[in-house]
Design a protein around this ligand. Sequence first.
Ligand code: NAD
Length: 261
Amino acid sequence: MTISGKAALITGAASGIGRAIAEVFAGAGARVCIADISIDAAQQAAAQIAATYDVKACAVEMDVSDESQVSAGFDAMAAQLGSVDILVSNAGIQIISPLVDLKYEDWKRLMAIHADGAFLTTRAAMRKMIAQGNGGAVIYMGSVHSHQASPLKAPYVTAKHGLLGLAKVVAKEGAEHRIRANVICPGFVRTPLVDKQIPEQARTLGITEAEVVKNVMLKETVDGEFTTAHDVAQTALFLAGFDTAALTGQSITVSHGWHMQ
Ligand code: NAD
């Protein structure tokens, strides 16, 4: 069970969890495509990864909610890296707001990135994988919020729950093509996405930032620890390399015991 020699497209890989996954995959001998809306950061990441791990790495500009950019990005990746064997649908944002105050445009913006983006990248990846005939792995970046709710996160919780359904359909439709689909559900990881919401939650809940970390984010963990991007990347490596349909349509939670299935 190895991903050495495989080609992986990781969305949102210019930063945070996606970046860590790209590094771990490259360290395991995979070719990686950094797909991100922020092309400068994506190019920098690809150059650093290629130099550090001595593998082919490329960057593509991709807003995952834009159908033509997704399609062009997969074509560019296939041209540069030779194949599409693994998709990690990871790009995401967070919007903190009570539901009654949430603007419809903000609901639609979050759903476009998380739900439409997962669909568009899955469709593009599956088309390539089916044409290649070598199977493939699709991994969705879910969240503990794929299984349980928190206040102030209505669109995020809705979209993350939805990824479980999408993965199950891809597991069923992909089986005859040896395409597997699974979801990783991390607890809180200190990335820019989380750093931004600490002061936002403190303001909305009327508590200090330290209280947000201790009493909101890490309260239900077994040890008061953040999950790390490396923890999540190791789980992605395991799922990407697990090459039978014994493990498909599943979700794995990586959260220091915050959520137990
Ligand atoms: P991050 O903000 O560090 O990175 C997100 C990346 O996505 C950035 O590089 C950004 O440019 C990119 N991006 C944003 N919109 C995009 C779009 N429309 N198209 C393409 N790229 C886009 O965030 P992160 O914490 O690494 O989050 C990555 C994923 O992990 C998200 O799906 C998030 O919901 C999920 N997640 C994060 C945590 C956490 O605690 N950080 C926990 C559970 C799940």
